[in-house]
Design a protein around this ligand. Structure first.
Ligand SMILES: Cc1ncc(COP(=O)(O)O)c(C=O)c1O
Length: 416
């Protein structure tokens, strides 16, 4: 925002001039010499690192690769017809190595921070970013400290501990964790990898935008629907499209970007509606979708700018819809998705019903995380049965018989 430029080869946090995010700039003319539709198609392995010309890591030896990126873009025909859409694709970022899209940002940010000399890393996290930081720090052989709200999902706590990182559980929100992470960085010399407080996590996330363009044969969709907390997914993809256009891989068309939040924590939705450039912090933030429990985002103006420039919008979904939508997506064949993904799908439903997204448009819905990583919500509890075949025959089989009665197989018991 200050417009100042800084050398790329030193560790940087926020812009010292105005304490706002710094964004990486590339020699795009040089990138265009080797990055073409054909060259990218010929790179069959390497995940998001296939786009190395537009990533900040200088040497291949510094790359910490666990398989991140190149996630499938899948047509979701049953969900599409339930929503009344003709062309819906789901970007399966839950298939990343740590079970969420956060792997992309941490892969790039950890690789670059270590390349620039960092040996101790720290970050606040709603859950998934902490797990990803821990995994990539371990792979890079450096120390990591993760500060999570004490009510962060157990799966996220476990993955941090399993990699040998330090886990601090704080009785507060992610913004409070951010304050502690900053203090740890200032006092111990650890490098702070908080969302958008250093320039490279967003670089990893922008690869979602590159992949979408490639997967849709270089024609971006009409609308992208994304569950949003700190907002680096939206900011990253918007930056990706600008870079792809600058090197001639796509034209000037852009998708409408829609951010989805939960009604218990929707600072961006409120700011969007009020026409504000910055979002006021949300008081008493609460939602079971822990990744969306972000009362204020340091990159708020970048997210809001992208939504507005794209002609998109921001929608809040009812907390009470999340669990039902998670089950609905599972039943419609998407597998066990996170509550954040469920929020995005509920947001898409609102957008279709309100006419903001029309039925014949090409839409991409982001599945940002696996259900295993969200805190389990209350599901109907299945009956427990004893280990006794007699009981199985009397109590279990009758409920599983196909309509119309008898089984096709013999009911005779095997002899002997
Ligand atoms: C599964 C999942 N989806 C979405 C988000 C929101 O992402 P962002 O903070 O980049 O907006 C998070 C953040 O933790 C997340 O874990």
């Amino acid at each position: 925002m200050s417009g100042r430029r800084y050398a790329a080869d030193e560790l940087m946090g926020l812009d010292p001039a105005d304490q706002r995010p710094l964004l990486a700039r590339y020699d795009l003319g040089r990138a265009a010499q080797s990055l073409s539709r054909e060259s990218i198609a010929s790179r069959r392995s390497g995940g998001l690192w296939r786009w190395h010309e537009l990533l900040p890591v200088r040497s291949w030896e510094s790359v910490v690769y666990l398989g991140e990126g190149d996630t499938p873009l899948q047509p979701a025909s049953r969900l599409a017809s339930w929503l009344g859409l003709a062309r819906l694709n789901v970007k399966r970022d839950s298939l990343n190595p740590t079970g969420s899209f956060k792997a992309r940002g941490m892969a790039v940010a950890v690789s670059r921070a270590v390349e620039l000399g960092a040996r101790r890393l720290v970050a606040p996290s709603a859950g998934n970013a902490g797990g990803a930081l821990a995994a990539y720090a371990a792979a890079a052989g450096v120390d990591a400290t993760v500060v999570m709200p004490a009510d962060a999902p157990m799966a996220n706590q476990a993955e941090v501990l399993a990699t040998g990182a330090e886990l601090i559980l704080l009785e507060g929100l992610i913004s409070d964790c951010g304050r502690l992470a900053r203090l740890i960085a200032e006092e111990t010399g650890a490098f702070d990898l908080s969302t958008l407080k250093e320039p490279y996590r967003v670089e990893g996330k922008k690869t979602m935008g590159f992949e979408l363009a490639e997967q849709l044969d270089w024609k971006l969709p009409d609308a992208i629907v994304y569950p949003t907390g700190g907002g680096t997914g939206i900011v990253g993809m918007w930056k990706a499209f600008e870079e792809l256009e600058a090197i001639g891989l796509i034209g000037a068309e852009r998708p409408r970007m829609y951010c989805v939040q939960a009604d218990g924590c929707a600072p961006l939705v409120r700011a969007f509606r009020e026409g504000a450039r910055f979002a006021e912090p949300w008081a008493n933030a609460s939602t079971a979708a822990s990744g969306l429990r972000v009362p204020s985002a340091v990159g708020d103006f970048l997210i809001l700018d992208a939504l507005r420039e794209s002609g998109g919008s921001a929608v809040a979904v009812a907390e009470s819809d999340l669990a039902g939508m998670q089950g609905r997506l599972g039943a419609l064949g998407l597998g066990y998705v996170s509550l954040e993904t469920a929020a995005a799908a509920a947001g898409l439903r609102v957008l279709v019903e309100s006419g903001l997204v029309s039925r014949d448009e090409t839409v991409v819905l982001f599945d940002t995380g696996a259900g295993f990583k969200s805190e389990a919500i209350t599901l109907p509890s299945p009956p427990r049965i004893p280990n006794d075949e007699e009981v199985w025959r009397q109590k279990v089989l009758p409920g599983l018989m196909p309509p119309g009665g008898g089984s096709k197989r013999s009911t005779a018991r095997p002899s002997g």
